[in-house]
Design a protein around this ligand. Sequence first.
Ligand code: 8OZ
Length: 365
Amino acid sequence: MSEDTSDLFQPYRLGDLALANRIVMAPLTRSRAGAGDVPTPLMTTYYVQRATAGLIITEASQISPQGKGYIQTPGIYSTAQIAGWRAITEAVHAHGGKIVIQLWHVGRISHPDLQEGGALPVAPSAVRATGQVFTGRGMVDMVTPRALAIDEIPGLVADYRRAAENAKEAGFDGVEIHAANGYLLDQFLRDKTNRRTDAYGGAIENRARLLLEVTDAVLEVWDKGRVGVRLSPLSPVNDIDDSDPEPLFTHVVGELATRGIGFLHVVEGVTGGPRETGHRFQLATLRRLFPGTYIANNGYTRALALAARAEDSADLIAFGRPFIANPDLVERLRRDAPLNTPDEATFYGGDAHGYTDYPFLASAA
Ligand code: 8OZ
């Protein structure tokens, strides 16, 4: 189908949110928060530059100091962080954009160097992730996390609820619960990382319990149409896996559908990598199970996005890397104009270079 007849560039209603088009800016960690993990004016510039996206999903933002796993990622738990985000949401709204914040807890993908008081990171079980994390000392091996005690879970859920309240105070249009990419909620879902024998481990219903409790807590704060969940059922990033993902994720999506949340955001394939994983599990099953807005992500090109709308395999398409290098990605896709190439060296950390200095079309020539 051609761009003339595709609705990719047409307005879309996500619940009561009027989006200008069906193109979403995917959550992208850029590690440029200021002291106290407070969003900065430079981050405001960056998001405003991308406000022509139908919807911006912010970079993952920790709900608590314990939820942090990388340097300079923004938080959504302190008064100063709320104020920093408020400047961003007001500026994006002034430019006609919509923006939701991604609520994040990394679980075991952290390090004592990044935790208050040098504490161990927490996880469903004391199972160490293979891999390294970047701390102030450079790349260091991950450690064996501390298994959360069952009586700590209500406090964790309360942290998500408070972060959802803070997001409202910061002027966001909604929230996305990050349950993908091997972080805390994904660690609870999957049997490679969840070895618990209590009500939060074992059977699929138990492993899904934390995500659903978190979702219910967020739904006490936000209208259901403004709440979304991100999943990456086939992605192995951050050393995550499950022995039988299909029944697990069909259960999770069925429960989310019952709650009537506004959107489901699925990373199709290996996060940031191939769309095909060789798994026999068809992600199309999840779209069929979910009556709300289905956001597809991972390796989409203009042609794939047009095809997805032609086949109706997704309602909205989220672009990640292309949005790093192309603030005016929507206009470029609409015109089928060439895209700037993202510079990986400036993805994480640093200043305006590789962040807010990618050229717009008019100045590109
Ligand atoms: C890349 C680097 C750091 C964090 C994710 C939040 O994968 C991330 C992330 C990605 O969801």
